[in-house]
Design a protein around this ligand. Structure first.
Ligand SMILES: NC(=O)C1=CN([C@@H]2O[C@H](COP(=O)(O)OP(=O)(O)OC[C@H]3O[C@@H](n4cnc5c(N)ncnc54)[C@H](OP(=O)(O)O)[C@@H]3O)[C@@H](O)[C@H]2O)[C@@H](O)CC1
Ligand SMILES: Nc1ncnc2c1ncn2[C@@H]1O[C@H](COP(=O)(O)OP(=O)(O)O)[C@@H](O)[C@H]1O
Ligand SMILES: [K+]
Length: 475
């Protein structure tokens, strides 16, 4: 996992760490890491033109000490000090001593790098003038932007993206990720995120948000053993499709067949079942004992009765699409709800745009109110569960936004549930593999269908399971 901590949690850890260190040591660690990334970006530092936007807090302090390092290596550094009376005094003195000079209006033409030290974790969302105009001018000139800790103006904890804000090419963050650096929409402003170790990790409490990585998928994927037979691997029941949406049923079955369960039972209407069995002969038509159900994809006006029938089996259920409208809190223990933003908005009785602007907050609110694990689909997918860190998955390509892709995901999640994973893990692995399969199918850049995604899941699974088990550096 990559972990993100809230501002409050970072502040607590920083206070504990700072108590063990000489004054200013932490800022020097941050500035050294920041300068190293800037040097990497510049390639050749001597003679490079660097503009540094300096805000009035410690974020500006980090930027000033990094500016001093760049200036001492021969960069032509210009400091735009936004509130001179409040700038970090020692940092400013160090930068000026090293040869940086002050300006109010940089000429952006020929600037190699802009360092955004306007605000960090102490910032309020949005940007005021003159920072706002300076950033706009720099962007219009195509200047490369490195943000310090977070892109200034984003909502650090809520991961929303109020206007205006800095859009960075690289964000150099300190100690741990912040929610805005992992979750949409704020993550879109961060660019490539570089984490600098400042010794904070031992002092951090549990993360509020965690990003699922390939090593996590590898560690949790349910593998068959020599003793396995199809029933011990789990049977997943699919009640999907209708005369009008027969395709949804097939896509859902294909998603389920691409997962670890040993068997897929198709429990939808007979007219659809005949077609499913003809096209996917490994599926067994008719209801029977299952370890998990997938209900709702394309069920149209059967959704209510289909969900009730699945709930009566008292096994975990993936509740998708049409069935979401009939979900009642507490209906099934261990349920995984898989709405997109529009479906979640209807469940919470708010506008879709409101959910899209703040998916992290609404996924969490939904998990509380709906008393279930909620997988909110989108450009990155969130898996929220009450009292547990929220998960984020960002393996998908935008080509995945194609009709039927959600049916495949629901089937795959059901297969992982039937194989014994709890809802939060089943949702995380399903979203990760579904996204990875979409990239593979799209060959990193061409249109795909939902069927292509289903077809690519086994290869995406093989790739992640067979990768060498080197632990991630942060693990
Ligand atoms: N603590 C540590 O040990 C370490 C911390 N580190 C670094 O410190 C950073 C946190 O520093 P911080 O707490 O000083 O707050 P910071 O983000 O600079 O902003 C506060 C200032 O900004 C202003 N301001 C607010 N909103 C604004 C807006 N929208 N637009 C414009 N201005 C705005 C506000 O001024 P005001 O508006 O109140 O006049 C206030 O003065 C952290 O992100 C990391 O980079 C590292 O060195 C590692 C060690
Ligand atoms: N911009 C995007 N980038 C990456 N993945 C996306 C994007 N938009 C949607 N997705 C993914 O595409 C899938 C679409 O599912 P869904 O909205 O249920 O479609 P359908 O109902 O047609 O099956 C989800 O897995 C979602 O996470
Ligand atoms: K910043």
């Amino acid at each position: 996992m990559r972990y993100a901590h809230t501002v409050e949690s970072v502040r607590r850890a920083e206070a504990a760490l700072m108590a063990t260190l000489p004054a200013g040591a932490l800022m020097q660690r941050a500035a050294a890491g920041l300068a190293a990334v800037c040097i990497d970006v510049l390639g050749s530092v001597y003679g490079a033109r660097v503009v540094v936007l300096v805000g009035s807090g410690d974020n500006g302090g980090d930027a000033l000490y990094a500016a001093a390092r760049l200036a001492s290596r021969g960069a032509a550094v210009e400091l735009v000090v936004l509130k001179p009376e409040a700038a970090h005094p020692d940092g400013l003195a160090a930068a000026l001593r090293a040869g940086a000079r002050r300006t109010d209006k940089p000429a952006w033409d020929g600037v190699d790098l802009l360092v955004d030290g306007v605000v960090g974790i102490g910032g309020r969302p949005g940007l005021r003038d003159p920072a706002r105009t300076l950033i706009e001018d720099a962007r219009a000139a195509g200047t490369y932007v490195v943000a310090v800790d977070v892109p200034s103006g984003v909502d650090v904890d809520g991961a929303t993206l109020p206007e205006p804000h800095v859009t960075a090419d690289i964000t150099v963050t300190f100690g741990t990720h912040k929610p805005a650096l992992l979750a949409a929409p704020a993550v879109r402003a961060a660019g490539w995120v570089q984490l600098v170790d400042i010794g904070l990790v031992p002092y951090l409490d549990e993360a509020g948000l965690e990003s699922v990585e390939s090593a996590d998928v590898r560690a949790a994927y349910p593998l068959p053993s020599g003793e396995s037979h199809k029933y011990t691997r789990g049977v997943v029941g699919v009640d999907a499709g209708s005369d009008r949406y027969a395709g949804a049923a097939e896509l859902c079955v294909r998603g389920a067949q691409a997962g670890p369960a040993g068997m897929v039972r198709f429990g939808g209407p007979d007219s659809v079942a005949a077609e499913i069995v003809a096209r996917r002969p490994e599926a067994v038509a008719g209801r029977g004992r299952v370890q998990a159900w997938v209900v709702g994809s394309g069920t149209a006006d059967r959704a209510d009765s289909a969900l009730r029938a699945a709930a009566a089996d008292e096994v975990p259920v993936v509740v998708d699409a049409d069935a979401l409208a009939y979900w009642r809190p507490g209906m099934v223990r261990g349920a995984l709800l898989t709405p997109h933003a529009g479906e979640l908005a209807r469940m919470l009785d708010v506008e879709r745009s409101v959910v899209e602007a703040a998916p992290l907050a609404y996924a969490r609110q939904a998990a509380e109110r709906l008393d279930a694990t909620v997988l909110l689909k989108g450009s990155n997918t969130l898996i929220a569960e009450r009292d547990r860190p929220t998960r984020v998955v960002s393996t998908g390509t935008p080509w995945l936004a194609t009709a039927g892709a959600g049916d495949v995901l629901a089937g795959l999640a059901g297969s992982l549930l039937a194989a014994g994973l709890p809802a939060r893990d089943a949702g995380s692995l399903a979203a990760w593999l579904h996204g990875a399969a979409s990239r593979r199918a799209a060959e990193y850049g061409r249109p795909i269908t939902a069927g292509d995604v289903a077809g690519a899941i086994p290869a995406a699974t093989a790739a992640v399971l067979s990768a060498p088990a080197t632990p991630a550096p942060w693990a």
